[in-house]
Write a protein that binds this ligand. Structure first.
Ligand SMILES: Nc1ncnc2c1ncn2[C@@H]1O[C@H](COP(=O)(O)OP(=O)(O)O)[C@@H](O)[C@H]1O
Ligand SMILES: [Mg+2]
Length: 498
């Protein structure tokens, strides 16, 4: 209690000699204390304290009544935390040792000296307030210790267990009462996580090799029932202000579940990665098969069906020359027109499936020719610019570029209402770039992808899939009213690898 607060300090005087009591009361008041009351017996003192507890009690040891000052103090202390200072004229050893048990805050020897009494009272008040603070701190600490999510064990400097929280009891299987005073190494039996070898070295060394620093380590804990669990923990030294070790705190937690979850996650991740890898291979193979199938059908259409149709056409034309009747001639004429239409369709189909130019002459002529053909048909202007240095590229790249351009151009014709389109093929810092730019209405790319993922369309997804499968990247930039750019990049290492 601080001195400047003494005005509010109330004191109860328990003294059966009236004159002495009055004298003490006057002295106390003169130094600023409030005298709560004067009582002559233990019974009265207890009653008054229960009614209105004072800040301090001055207790004469020898008082009237059935109980003396020491017994009175004992009763009061069992219910209140009030500092008690004994008043005594003389004391035999027996009385003093009885008094000592009640842990008095001091003795004032009669005759009462104002100055000494003042000092003793202040010390008693201070000591009491310090004790209250310490008790409060202890309560805090014990709550924190008990309700912390981690297991905690504290030992003295020699590793003898002093306390342990509930979680530590659960984790080790031991009760605090059973283990208090026992060596920590007997209770916290550990073995190496990997080798499973028992760790015989003192526990502290395992958890904290460096005295100054906490190092998180894992180990297997073998509990009282010999059950194993994986724990992770730290140990740290408790030091006093002279840097002497006074104890050790070990904090740990059971990470068995966590580890199992990690393992499971790892397993699933591997599984998914593998499946993805497999899917990639299958997709790639599918595209290869599709391309070769297309090439085959395109050739078939062009060479076989085209030849047959041409032969029929020639035959009919010959028949036409030989025919005499006008009726037959008109039929034959119609036949020739139909065959010409069929031939046109077959060629178109064949080219769309797989232009033989792509295989025979490569990407650039095929691209120029295809763009030309499509744009003329759609009535839009087109410009193809190609880096002069670009010659033939690896087969996969050529086909992918062609298919991207094909899909982009089809989209432009189908959706964009563009009037002009530009196709650029160039190298930049060793990477191959293909850009297809239109000046059309543009679209919401994100929304289009969402629709595609629902299975509504395949074009854009197909482009992305193709490009990414061979290690390229594709970016589609579009804004309503601002046209669309389809930008494909094949890194140099991808082109050179092929
Ligand atoms: N160049 C473009 N200009 C405007 N809209 C486009 C363009 N390209 C694609 N789109 C839009 O994106 C959608 C998805 O395209 P896509 O996946 O190729 O499917 P599909 O062409 O079969 O509709 C199209 O329906 C269209 O709305
Ligand atoms: Mg499309």
């Amino acid at each position: 209690m601080e001195l400047d607060k003494k005005g509010t300090v109330s004191i109860l005087i328990v003294e059966d000699e009236k004159i002495v009591a009055m004298d003490i009361a006057v002295s106390l008041k003169s130094v600023g204390y409030e005298v709560l009351g004067i009582v002559a017996s233990g019974k009265d003192a207890i009653e008054l304290v229960n009614q209105s507890p004072p800040d301090l009690i001055l207790m004469d040891i020898k008082i009237k009544g059935s109980i003396d000052g020491i017994e009175t103090a004992e009763i009061i202390q069992s219910q209140h935390d009030i500092p008690i200072v004994y008043l005594t004229a003389f004391a035999d050893e027996n009385t003093l040792s009885r008094a000592r048990i009640t842990a008095p805050y001091g003795y004032i020897i009669k005759p009462f000296d104002k100055k000494t009494a003042h000092t003793i009272i202040e010390i008693a008040l201070y000591k009491n307030s310090m004790e209250k603070t310490i008790k409060e701190n202890e309560r805090w600490l014990s709550k924190i210790l008990q309700y912390s999510g981690d297991a905690m064990i504290a030992t003295d400097a020699h590793g003898k267990i002093k306390l342990m929280n509930k979680i530590a009891e659960t984790e080790t299987g031991w009760n605090t009462d059973e283990v208090t005073g026992r060596d920590i190494n007997e209770i916290l039996k550990l073995s190496d996580e990997n080798t499973k070898e028992q760790i015989n070295a003192p526990i502290i060394r395992l958890f904290s090799e460096d005295h100054e620093q906490d190092i998180s380590k894992t180990a297997i804990l073998i509990d009282k029932e010999m059950k194993e669990k994986l724990i992770a923990g730290t140990a740290s030294w408790i030091k006093d202000d002279k840097n002497n070790t006074t104890g050790i705190v070990i904090v740990f937690r059971d990470i068995t579940k966590q580890r199992n979850v990690e393992k499971e996650r790892e397993r699933l991740f591997k599984k998914v990665s593998l499946a993805q890898e497999r899917l990639k291979v299958v997709s790639k193979r599918l595209l290869e098969v599709q391309e070769s199938e297309r090439r085959h059908i395109a050739r078939e259409l062009h060479d076989e069906i085209g030849q047959i149709l041409t032969a029929i056409k020639i035959n009919i034309q010959t028949a036409f020359k030989l025919a005499g009747s006008e009726k037959i001639e008109s039929h034959l004429n119609e036949g020739v027109e139909l065959i010409e239409e069929a031939l046109f369709q077959v060629r178109k189909l064949s080219i769309d499936l797989r232009p033989s130019m792509l295989d025979d002459l490569g990407l650039i002529p095929a691209l120029r020719w295809y763009v030309d053909r499509q744009s003329v048909r759609a009535g839009i202007t087109a410009k193809v610019s190609v880096d002069e240095t670009i010659m033939r590229l690896p087969n996969e790249i050529e086909i992918t570029c062609f298919r991207v351009a094909q899909e982009a151009l089809t989209n432009i014709i189908k959706h964009s209402q563009a009037t002009h389109v530009e196709i650029m093929l160039y190298y930049e810092e060793g990477d191959l770039h293909l850009k297809i730019i239109d000046d059309g209405v543009g679209f919401n790319f994100f929304a289009a992808v969402q629709r595609s993922l629902k299975g509504e369309s395949m074009g854009i997804l197909g482009m992305q899939e193709r490009v990414e499968l061979i290690g390229g990247k594709i970016k589609i930039n579009s804004k309503a009213g601002n046209g669309t750019t389809v930008h494909t990049i094949f890194p140099g290492e991808v082109i050179n690898l092929k």
